[in-house]
Each structure stands twice: as structure tokens, then as C-alpha cells.
Design a protein around this ligand. Structure first.
Ligand SMILES: CC(C)(COP(=O)(O)OP(=O)(O)OC[C@H]1O[C@@H](n2cnc3c(N)ncnc32)[C@H](O)[C@@H]1OP(=O)(O)O)[C@@H](O)C(=O)NCCC(=O)NCCS
Length: 167
């Protein structure tokens, strides 16, 4: 389990958060994924946030939650279509302290409350063990192109038994 986070809180995304979340996205990729992806791959992945307007639009179109510590955003996660974890990024300065767990717990709870039975994620190679620990099982390996670079990820699924509304 991640450590207890006494100062951490969750709140919904607001459009004004976009620059901060873009910075967290870039820092997480640059500093946390280097063991699994080449510099060219990291650069291509991080450049998804270069177009801030498009990045903000994507965050607004999904159920995006922000984790804060002492009021400042330190990570975010986005649920797409009630059953797919589309984004999960934690600032490297607080990695390993349970922020990813806090965000994922909340997304799974929201998905369950919306009637979702099975939740999925296309996990980066960096995040595979994180999701395995949460009970996600690998289904298939994928290769996706991002800004001209091929990146591998793994589709993983978890049954959300018991987290929906009980009669
Ligand atoms: C994956 C990520 C979100 C995890 O966030 P985090 O806040 O560090 O995760 P937590 O502290 O809640 O970790 C929970 C557990 O997963 C483990 N874990 C987290 N990241 C891990 C990693 N890269 N490798 C192995 N285990 C990891 C932790 O050790 C912890 O284990 P424990 O329960 O035994 O203590 C973060 O590393 C990140 O932003 N990575 C880069 C971006 C990325 O790949 N995002 C996923 C896109 S699908």
C-alpha cells in the first residue's frame, strides 16, 4: 500500500488547471519512465501536452480528478467513458507516496458507482506493476504511434466486484 497522505485531497479538474497538469504530465514522463522508454519516445509522449488547448480539451472531456497536497496539484487521473483509465500521472517529487493509489481508488469507485463491472487501462511499461498490485490482469500488448515514435503499452483489466451500489 502507498503511505498515508494526511495532506492530500482530491478535487475535480477546472480549465484553469491545464498548464499545471501539462507540467505534471511532462515531468512524470521525463523523470519516471526513463527505465522503460528511450529519450526519443519520452519526448514524443511528453509533446502531447505541447498543444495546451487540445490537452485541456481532452482533460475536460473526461472525468478528470486532481490530487493536491497543501492545496497544490501533484497528480491527476482521467476516466474515459465510465470504464477506461485514460491518464494517470504523478509529479516525480511525490512519486511513491500513495498519490497514484489515491487517484486510482477514486476513479475505480466512481466507475463502480456508474455501474461499471470491468475497468481497463492501457498501462505504460512503467505503470504495469502499479496496476498489477491493484488487481489488474494483462490482456494484450499494444504498440501505438505518438508523434512519429512507436511506444508499447499493455491493455489490463480489473473486475470491480462489490464497488457498485448495493441493494
Ligand atoms: C505510475 C504512477 C502513476 C504511480 O504513481 P505513485 O503515486 O508513485 O504510486 P503509489 O505511490 O500510489 O504506488 C502504489 C504502489 O505501486 C508501486 N509502484 C508505483 N510505481 C511503480 C513503478 N514504476 N514500478 C513498480 N512499482 C510501482 C509502489 O511501490 C506502491 O507499492 P506498495 O503498495 O507496495 O507500496 C507514476 O509512477 C507515474 O506518474 N508514472 C509515469 C507516468 C505513467 O506511466 N503513467 C501511467 C500511464 S497508463
Amino acid at each position: 500500500m502507498g503511505q498515508a497522505l494526511p495532506n492530500a485531497a482530491l478535487r475535480p479538474f477546472l480549465a484553469a488547471d491545464t498548464p499545471m497538469l501539462a507540467a505534471i504530465f511532462v515531468a512524470a514522463i521525463q523523470e519516471l519512465t526513463g527505465d522503460d522508454y528511450s529519450e526519443d519516445q519520452q519526448e514524443a509522449w511528453a509533446s502531447v501536452a505541447d498543444n495546451e488547448a487540445a490537452f485541456g480539451k481532452k482533460l475536460a472531456s473526461e472525468l478528470t480528478l486532481i490530487a493536491t497536497m497543501q492545496g497544490s496539484p501533484v497528480g491527476f487521473a482521467a476516466l474515459k467513458g465510465n470504464d477506461h483509465v485514460d491518464m494517470l500521472y504523478v509529479h516525480p517529487s511525490v512519486a511513491g507516496q500513495g498519490v497514484g493509489t489515491l487517484l486510482c481508488d477514486a476513479l475505480e469507485k466512481l466507475a463502480g458507482a456508474r455501474g461499471t463491472k470491468t475497468i481497463s487501462v492501457d498501462a505504460s511499461d512503467t505503470a504495469i506493476d502499479f496496476f498489477k498490485k491493484r488487481g489488474y490482469a494483462a490482456q494484450q500488448r499494444n504498440s501505438v504511434t505518438i508523434n512519429g515514435e512507436w511506444l508499447a503499452n499493455t491493455t489490463m483489466k480489473k473486475e470491480l466486484g462489490g464497488s457498485g451500489a448495493q441493494p
